[in-house]
Each structure stands twice: as structure tokens, then as C-alpha cells.
Design a protein around this ligand. Sequence first.
Ligand SMILES: Cc1cc2nc3c(=O)[nH]c(=O)nc-3n(C[C@H](O)[C@H](O)[C@H](O)COP(=O)(O)OP(=O)(O)OC[C@H]3O[C@@H](n4cnc5c(N)ncnc54)[C@H](O)[C@@H]3O)c2cc1C
Length: 445
Amino acid sequence: MQTDVVILGAGAAGMTVALAVQARGLQAVLIDPMAQSPNNFAISGGLFPAAGSQLQHASGIDEQPEGWLADVRAFAPDCVNENIASSVAHALPEVVDFFIHRCDAPIHFLPDVVAPGHRTLRFHSIQPASGARFHAWFREQINQKPNLQFFQCISRVQRLAHGFSIHLQPTAGATEVQFETRNLVLAGGGFGANADMVATWIPAMAGALNNGSSTQDGSTLQMGLQWGAQVWGMDGFQGQGHTHPGGATRLGMSIPSLGGVMVDRQGLRFVPEDLGPSSLAPHVIGQPDGLALEIFDAFIEAQLKNHSAYQQALHADRVMSADTVQSLAQVAGVNERGLEETFRQVSLYATGQAKDPLGRQAFPRVLEPPFKASWVTGALSHTQGGLLTDARGAVLGQDGQAIAGLFAAGGSAAGLAGRGADGYLPGNGLAQAFGLGWRVAQALD
Ligand SMILES: Cc1cc2nc3c(=O)[nH]c(=O)nc-3n(C[C@H](O)[C@H](O)[C@H](O)COP(=O)(O)OP(=O)(O)OC[C@H]3O[C@@H](n4cnc5c(N)ncnc54)[C@H](O)[C@@H]3O)c2cc1C
């Protein structure tokens, strides 16, 4: 059977491509053998930036895509993927528009989501914000579209002289299905769950806790490599410095921006906490037992009602409470004197009476009882390196030319920015998956 496009991977990127190409009237086949396992989209916070969206403007924030682009560049000096950065930035308001007006998506602007490295409010999500809900909404849409077929089985892909041939492994008793297409989209995510690939490309994180999905096996990225694609930024990853040991829950990225601090077993701070959740990860891993105590208060907790990651951690009983600094030290098992001294210093920084020797710029508040705290570690959330594409998501070969008919978006494609854990500005993951996915869908013929 002939089809206009085959998309490998039904995550954030693949489903964006699928919805956008079917809206253009093209015939699309979407394939995901692990569709029943939660992918990175489903376990994400579901928060994405879209500077210049109509929703952002309606909330009184007059920003253009260049505002976000400037923050991406400032956060990752000299390591921005300029092949796609501007294209993604300008795609995002269009994507929001498409989701809302063509797909009737319940997307909202989030006036309460502050994030390190973002100079203004620009995050959007489904309401209430949650990757699981957002993902479920997408899957519902996918299942309703007449010119879009969704197969949840293994495929065997062959590159032909003029296109691709895809064989679907039939379930017992079913006849084999085969598709031929001139356009193949690699959207199978990154390689965070492939220990060999992590050890090869990101040796600093070999063996580290992976709090991303087990579906990140690097398989679609390897297809591109096999066909002679270039890769970019392969040591880049999103770290998560607010992850609970075991990786099932996390606190989310906003507590430092709201005034929280982190201490070691001695009760002492060790890092400018607002450097971003990704860069924070190696610093936390570097503490004794790889643990840090993240401390905040009830006032901050009240601002996290719309943060699904925090709410899950709360329900999993991961947050301690205490009415005094002394009882907090006892309940958490940290040095009481050290913690008292930390509170004393932090209130000096917060009231402008002293400067933080660690270099943190903003201490938005003096923490007040009741205090809240949780032990966290650092993890690898998702990889940022991948197949180098042009601004349309066409995969580039070693000669710098687009490989005919081959496209990539999301974790399989090179990300927006970063080396190591640094340079990953919160939201870069979904921004690239949605924005580059959208560009791919517009580029297909
Ligand atoms: C804990 C956590 C929190 C995050 N929070 C945020 C956030 O709030 N904001 C943000 O911007 N980003 C966030 N991210 C990153 C974001 O989730 C990813 O950037 C995004 O999901 C990438 O989209 P994707 O489509 O490439 O991958 P996924 O969404 O993981 O989808 C990939 C799909 O491909 C399938 N697949 C794999 N191999 C194959 C194959 N060979 N053939 C067919 N299908 C295949 C998988 O089963 C999977 O369904 C977070 C990530 C993690 C781990």
C-alpha cells in the first residue's frame, strides 16, 4: 500500500506531525511498538514555551518569538543548534494556534509557571498542566482521524532508491501489512534508556539514574546513523536535579525560582540553586550519597497547585513538614547548627543585607514556618543530541545535503541547545518536539 508519510513514534513529536499532516489532507501511518508504555511526553510536566502566542498576548505579555530565542542563546552560549532555533521559535505560536483552533485543544497559558532562565512568563499546557493528560488528549485525537492509521506493532524499515518500505510485524494470525512511502519521519525519542549509547555518547552519565521513559532506546536515531546522517550535540542531555531517589517522582523545576534552597547533610548550601534543573543535576549527584535536601515553605507550596510533578510527589508522601528550623533538622536528619546558619544567611540575602558567595542572584523570600523539605537526587531525564536536521526537520547527510525523504523531530533529532547538562533551558524538549514536528509536517510533499 502507498501512503504519503510513515511516522515512527507516537510521542510528542510524532503525534504533532501526525495531526498536522492529516489536517493538510495527507495520508499518514503512525507506528509505535511501545505505545502502551508511558513515553517521555506522558511522564513530562507537559509545560512548553510559546513566546508570541495569542494566549500569551491576551494575558498582557507582549513578547515575540525572539524573546525566547534570546533566552535560549543566553542560557547556552556557543552551543545553540542554529539550524533549527529560529525556525522552532517562530513555529511555536503557530502550533498553539493550530492545537486550539484546528484541533479544539484545551491549551491554556500558565500565568503561575516561573522557570529558571526564562525572563518572562511564556509556558503553556493543557489544563490542569500534566504530561499524562496532554498525551492522553493527543492519543484521543489520533484515534479519531480518518486519514491517519495507527499501528502498535514492530516494524521493519528498508530504504529504497526512491523512498522507504515498511513491513509491519503481524500479530498472530494476521496477514503482513506493507507500506511504501516517499517520506519517513523518525520520531522515536532519544537514547536515555539505552545504557550502551549513554556510555558511548555521555560517559559522564554512564550508570546514572534515568528518570525518563524506558522507551528511549535510541532505535530511530540509529536508523538515521545507518543511512549516513550527521549527528549534533550528542553529549547534551536534560538533567533533573529535583528527582526523588528511585526516579518515580520529582519536585519540579520551580521551587528555587520561588525562593527554595538546597542543603547537604551538614545543613549547608553548596550551589546557586536557580541555575536550572538540568545544570543542577551533576551538583546534586556530587553530594554525599548523591542527595540534597530541598527546602521551601507553605507559601511556596501554595503556588505549586498547577504543577503536576509536585502534586504527585505530595501524594507519594515525599514532602516533610516542620514548624521550626530545629525540628526540620531533626525530621530530615541534617546538622542543626549548619541549618540554622543557612537560614540566617539566606534571610540576609533575601533582604538585601548580604550577597550570596555562591553567586545566586535572586532570593525572592525569607522562608517562614511551616517549612517543607524533601530529599532529592540528580538524574538523566532525556538526551538532547540526535540527527542533525535543517530548519524543516530534513535529516542531513555527511555531505551536508538533506537525505531524500528522511525527516526527524523530538528526541531523535538534534535538540535546541546544550553540552552536558548545561544549556538545557526548561521547556526546550517539548518546544523542539512540537515546533520541529510542525515544520516537518509543513515540509512534506
Ligand atoms: C521526567 C521528565 C519531565 C519532562 N518535563 C518536560 C516539560 O515539562 N517540558 C518540556 O518541554 N519537556 C519535558 N520533558 C522532555 C519531553 O518529555 C521530551 O522532550 C519529549 O517528550 C520528546 O518527544 P519525543 O516525541 O521525541 O519522545 P517521546 O514523547 O518519548 O515519544 C517517543 C515515542 O517513540 C516510540 N518509539 C521508540 N522507538 C520506536 C521505534 N523504533 N519505532 C516506532 N516508535 C518508537 C516510543 O514508544 C515513544 O512512544 C521531560 C522529560 C522527562 C523525562
